[in-house]
Design a protein around this ligand. Sequence first.
Ligand code: ADP
Ligand code: MG
Length: 329
Amino acid sequence: MRGKGAPPKHPMDEFTLINQLLRPIAGTRSDVILGIGDDGAVVAPPPGEDLVVVADTLVAGVHFPPQLPAADIGYRAVAVNLSDIAAMGAVPRWATLALTLPVANETWVSQFTQGLGQALREHNVALIGGDTTCGPLTVTVQIIGSVPHGMALTRHGAQPGDAIYVSGTLGDAAAGLRVAQGGDVKSATEQFLADRFVRPTARVALGLALRGIASSCIDISDGLLADLGHIAEQSGCGARVNAAALPLSPALQANLAPDKALMLAATGGDDYELCFTLPQRLESTLMTRLGADSNCKRIGTMGLDIEVVLLDGDDNPVSISGRGYLHFK
Ligand code: ADP
Ligand code: MG
């Protein structure tokens, strides 16, 4: 359905969009028997592997500012799904795209597919099908990956005493969203934060390295304490997080007062880093597997009580920016 405004400069029909803009970025893989163009795609799963299926929808104005560049929207729509695949310890293989557009503006769509294609190519994922409809801007990507039978990482295997780790730095994307919304980037550190929101890095290689050693894993989309809360709840234990151990980027520290930086690191969403647990006896195995340039850091220990708490150096609960003590059930 068209809006009431001026007609788009380069409206295109659905088939032109599919054939001229989507087919060229679809990529090829030997395990795609039939890709875009038929009623369904046909793929060949690797023998002996379990399939891991994820999907995430981005709605304009809800999950990203509507004025975000089209290439960034395309990139991000794939990256957030790759992050779920990473959290499961899977290898991403195939993607579908359900695209709802208010108007099929050729310039916008070609930039969108450029960003989408870049994210797919970075992980050798083939676009094998989808659907294209008219309506408020909404992008749903589904990715299918695989993992050796029984090896998928889950949220439910953590045990009291397990070490808690996170990858990368936390709070950047929440700060970066504010920069992206403002539309006016004033410094290199603000640009870094904005990029962390619009172009998240899915930790696919880390997910693979955690197979067989992590007792649980989740990607941080809603904020560390909330997402760690899912691990705690589904594992039937609690988590004690050391506030001073939370990894903060120099850019976050340059732009925010220490208490605000801590609040975003603990509760800000959209970082798409991995949070995982493992038995302490496997910490040296983890370090050997990840190598010296690992970006993973221990931030706490799983506990007995069904509660996630943020603690200072004296084991007292930390109060953040007048929000009171942070307790998550
Ligand atoms: P059908 O009417 O049988 O559902 P369509 O005409 O919707 O088929 O789609 C034609 C082909 O183009 C199908 O293979 C479909 O998977 C693919 N396709 C449609 N939209 C997209 C999209 N947004 N991204 C990738 N492939 C798409
Ligand atoms: Mg059909």
